[in-house]
Design a protein around this ligand. Structure first.
Ligand code: HEM
Length: 435
């Protein structure tokens, strides 16, 4: 907001790194899409040799990233996702049962700890589709998967050290520095090894993500994946998949609790559509839930899971319509929150209003005005899966329960500062009534 209107971008130092923040939506489009070839990397530290699990899609750069993205893309087609959704619907049923059981033992003056419940739902979903495991965190909140998941959400080192690692990756690689906590890494190696061994032994075939990764392992071409790579990519499904969607679900329930009319409208849509699909939020049913999708997009506008997108400049880049060059090696930051809260793009940005995401409204805005899943070839690979995971969870909840604030609900909500993905500082506590 401070530099808005002063130029197409602004430069500064991020610890010791040169960085620019983009202030112009056309320039964002050039960098993410048209001139993507010069901005393929994020420049995050990873160490394939000593810390193989860190070499996952989110962190990889250059040709490593390009090859891996190509291998994984087919796993996220609608056809593949459709098969995974039966599992998601079953876990959403369990979520409803667990919440119902929770109600009798909850003091409703405080309310239900909804973000805790949401993260258990998404942990069980991702554990099941990415690892073929029943994590059971809905039933057993303190299970191992949750403990590990919690450790994943914070940085291993303080920000200045992470920044140094990003600045001098080769030096830190030579020194054998790891970025993933040892316990987390060992846990995932063990879990994936056991799941793969089990399927190899029994010949079990499932239509899940692990199966797709195992198929890639068997290929006798340059495209085949090693066990290290399978583990790292299953791991990224976990990193990218559970905390992000849980965060969106929690903030969404919070806004719906504060905006009862919107909650009612969403519930009406869900009930009407589900009634035509045997009472279940199936793939086909969820695809029809246009208003609920608007609710999700508006939630992500206000509570994007990360505050900015990051790219690294490969070669000197002449910025059109200026006399400036963004130098090779410069970190480029796209300020998601600033764009999503720009009153010139979204009037009354503090107000939760899903009507901003009707087809007409979206078409009338610049294509870069909403960046919740990023943009261009490096955008979120799991966005479609995320939409289903969130919408199936939301529709199961809203169909069965009403949510409203309690005296413990923090209004306006504040965020935890050092968490990788956005989370509510004091949790999301809401009154829940069975309908
Ligand atoms: C509502 C939930 C989600 C949100 C809001 C979200 C958001 C994002 C964002 C903003 C990025 C960065 C994009 C960019 O730099 O342009 C990203 C990347 C990524 N996301 Fe998601 N994500 C979500 C769910 C998921 C799920 C379920 C998966 C499961 C696989 C996933 C996997 C990834 C991966 C692997 C990347 C890195 C892609 C690459 O570098 O090629 N995300 N996501």
């Amino acid at each position: 907001m401070k530099y808005k209107g002063s130029g197409r971008f602004v430069g500064f130092y991020l610890y010791m790194r040169k960085a620019v923040m983009l202030l112009d939506l056309d320039l964002i489009q050039d960098i993410c899409v048209k001139d993507f070839g010069n901005f393929t990397d994020r420049g995050y530290y990873y160490n394939k040799k000593d810390d193989p699990i860190s070499a996952h899609l989110l962190q990889l750069d250059g040709n490593h990233w390009k090859t891996m993205r190509g291998k994984l893309t087919p796993a996220f087609t609608s056809g593949k996702i459709k098969f995974m959704l039966t599992t998601v619907v079953n876990i959403a049923d369990e979520l409803v049962n667990v919440l119902e059981e929770t109600l009798s033992s909850t003091n409703m003056d405080d309310g239900v700890h909804c973000d805790n419940l949401m993260v258990r739902y998404t942990t069980d979903v991702i554990g099941s589709v990415a690892f073929g495991l029943k994590c059971n965190s809905l039933k057993e909140p303190n299970c191992e998967f949750r403990e590990i998941g919690e450790k994943l959400c914070y940085y291993r080192y303080s920000m200045p050290i992470v920044s140094l690692m990003n600045l001098f990756p080769n030096l830190f690689r030579k020194l054998g520095f790891k970025i993933i906590i040892e316990e987390v890494s060992q846990f995932f190696f063990r879990v994936v090894r056991e799941a793969v061994d089990y399927r190899d032994r029994t010949g079990e075939q499932r239509k899940d993500y692990l199966n797709i990764l195992m198929e890639l392992r068997k290929l006798n071409t340059a495209d085949n994946l090693t066990m290290d790579e399978i583990t790292a990519q299953a791991f990224v499904f976990f990193v990218g998949g559970f905390e992000t969607s849980a965060s969106v679900l929690s903030f969404c329930l919070y806004e719906l609790a504060l905006n009862q009319n919107i909650q009612e409208k969403a519930r009406r849509e869900i009930n009407e559509i589900i009634a035509q699909h045997d009472g279940k939020p199936t793939y086909e049913a969820v695809k029809e839930m246009k208003y609920l999708l608007q609710v999700m997009y508006e939630t992500i506008r206000m509570y994007s899971v990360v505050p900015g997108l990051v790219r690294k400049t490969a070669e000197d880049y002449i910025v059109s319509n200026t006399n400036y060059v963004i130098e090779k090696g410069t970190t480029v930051i796209i300020p998601l929150d600033a764009i999503h809260y720009d009153p010139d793009i979204y009037p009354n940005p503090e107000q939760f209003d899903p009507e901003r995401f009707t087809k007409t409204e979206v078409e009338n805005r610049h294509p870069m005005a909403w960046l919740g899943f990023g943009r261009g070839p490096r955008a979120c690979i799991g966005s479609r899966f995320a939409e289903f995971q969130v919408l199936i969870g939301l529709s199961s909840l809203l169909k069965n329960f009403r949510f409203s604030p309690t005296k413990r609900t923090q209004i306006p909500i504040q965020f935890i500062k050092n968490k990788i993905f956005r989370g509510a500082e004091k949790g999301v506590y809401l009154k829940v009534e069975k309908l």
